[in-house]
Design a protein around this ligand. Sequence first.
Ligand code: SF4
Length: 371
Amino acid sequence: MKVTFPHMGNAWIVIQTLFESLNVEVVVPPTNSKRTLNLGTRLSPESACLPLKLNLGNYLEAASEGADTIVITGGIGPCRFGYYGEVERQILRDAGYNYEVVTLEPPDGSLLGLAKRIRYLAGTKNSWVKILKAMRFAYLKSVALDRIEDLIHAARPRLPEPLLTEKLYEKARMQLAQTMTEKGVQETVRWVQESIRERQGGVNSYGHEICKPLRIGIVGEIYTILDPFSSVGIEEELGHLGVEVDRSIYLSGWVGSHVFRGLAPGYRSIKTYARHAKAYLPHFVGGHGQETVGAAVKFAQEGYDGIIQVFPLSCMPEIVAASVLPRVQDKYKIPIMTLIVDEHTGQAGMQTRLEAFVDLLEKPRFLRESG
Ligand code: SF4
């Protein structure tokens, strides 16, 4: 058995760690790229959302390296994600790929059920204790990855030489992917903290000293905001425009809430979002629509300068959230921009919109008019 899975941002590091800890052979699909998307788009229904197209592209690329089993999480509610596993299996079968698809579901279901599926993949040679240890270690790694991402969010607008910051991030990710000890994980986080501290106090990419960068909260569909290829590198781009970003969902926050059912909080728990959204969207609408609204309210209350919602074309939960966000914008006088991505989205168009939004936030006139 050779297991593969959706690449999705840094999630591959966590999934690879989980299975390699259990001696399961893994094929990590190449990083999402134009090629991945083209391959997936060719097989997908036109109206399918972007993550499905990228997933299919991942599986095709992994198949050429011998993968024969797909692992994907399941989902519930009014969103297509719950059908992904079966739909992808059928599309691949029709295209001549005989993949076995194992859905690790349901999120919000029993932890034992999840462990049983993992044991099915790992084989009975792995004891329950070993499986639980592997799950714990993978979770710790995902918290560390999120912590490092957040450090990089804060570092981008503050450190000189943006290229060095990106190199530091890349090196940290690779170090985390390779280490198989808790000590190694902790040392990597410490190394990133120290490297950033050593370089602080310079000037930004425009040659200006920055004391207090603009702060923008990114909200939206989970796959898109976790995967830089899908969001056309929005976080990196904003960082280089002198903006500190934060986002509504981090991988371990999602895992802590949906997989470990709150037993572990993950990095930036998403638990409070339903309460924050209550006055605007008091019920579940599928995907992370409610979290998007709740996070927007939270960012606004915390004094962020602006909010950007990102989601794939035709994503139903985010369309519902987008219809509610203008009320949040009016109530808190905070500019909110919505960006919709699909296979036709280009770097230049995205950059122009981000630059225009940052200009808007920098203009005190806006504050006077809306204040
Ligand atoms: S949340 Fe949106 S993009 Fe994600 S699977 Fe559901 S409909 Fe598609």
